[in-house]
Design a protein. Structure first.
Length: 261
């Protein structure tokens, strides 16, 4: 696992957008797994700026979803499908045909989850999966004690996650669904490169447990330690709990530039 400490969220967004640009230069039809929440927005802003300025050709990129609420009406602005279309697909100049996501309104949710895992495999697998992290260490919607081998499936949100996400639902927790579909931890680990961005003091404890704690289902993001190419990008505030922060800084400063992330 590589840990990169950046001065602020914008620098993290720029660094990761550059890594995505490098990927698209190597593989124009790369499948990019995207995360929702506030944290990845600087990545999408930086990447769409590169596309607009002609620095990146994203016209053949493919985008896929990490997770989804169950039961929100089709077209609900806070469904993750709507969110990803609005925040990523449209700003990159792509259409819905470039987009893959699970059906949160399927009559048979189990079948929809299996179909999504199959669709990701049929698409050749995820090349780069962006991740945020919940305050409890969740990735996607894999709450604490999710199996580290889990595949895409339905999960029940913790009260804390529903409280955290109520800000997207008029601060009304009753509007936050209890159930979600999420790529499993095993599904996430199938991606070729995992890039987790965490910013702000509220994530410091989860980041320390992810990077320096034991691999444990109690901290789902700690599964990144099992991946051969995982990058954790944190701002100074989110890095505050890292005992090895100076080591991570020195290592990244000495890294050959050609290696990228
Ligand atoms: N399912 C999403 C996660 O993918 C995201 O990482 C998390 C943190 O969001 P934020 O970045 O807004 O703190 O929120 C939700 O739970």
């Amino acid at each position: 696992m590589e840990v990169v400490i950046v001065p602020d969220a914008a620098a993290g967004g720029e660094l990761i957008a550059t890594a995505i640009a490098d990927l698209l230069a190597r593989k124009p039809d790369a499948l990019l797994g995207v995360a929702t929440g506030s944290t990845p927005l600087p990545i999408y802003t930086a990447l769409s700026a590169k596309v607009r300025s002609g620095g990146v050709d994203a016209s053949r990129a493919r985008i896929c979803q990490l997770d989804e609420y169950v039961g929100l009406p089709a077209g609900h602005p806070e469904s993750y499908r709507s969110t990803v279309l609005r925040e990523v697909v449209e700003p990159l100049g792509l259409g819905e045909s470039s987009f893959l996501g699970p059906d949160g309104n399927a009559a048979d949710i189990t079948a929809a989850c299996e179909a999504y895992d199959q669709a990701l495999a049929d698409a050749g697998g995820v090349d780069l999966q962006l991740l945020g992290i919940g305050t409890d260490g969740h990735i996607g919607f894999n709450e604490p004690c999710s199996s580290l081998a889990s595949r895409t499936r339905i999960k029940t949100l913790t009260e804390q996650t529903r409280v955290d996400n109520a800000r997207f639902f008029d601060d009304d927790i009753d509007q936050v669904p209890h159930h979600v579909i999420t790529q499993g931890i095993g599904t996430i680990l199938d991606a070729r490169h995992l890039v987790l961005l965490a910013t702000g003091a509220g994530k410091a404890e989860a980041v320390a447990a992810t990077v320096e704690g034991p691999v444990s289902a109690l901290v789902p993001a700690s599964a990144l330690q099992l991946h051969r190419h995982a990058t954790v990008v944190v701002d100074e505030a989110a890095a505050a709990g890292l005992k090895l922060a100076d080591y991570f800084r020195a290592t990244y400063a000495a890294k050959p530039h050609w290696q990228g992330l």
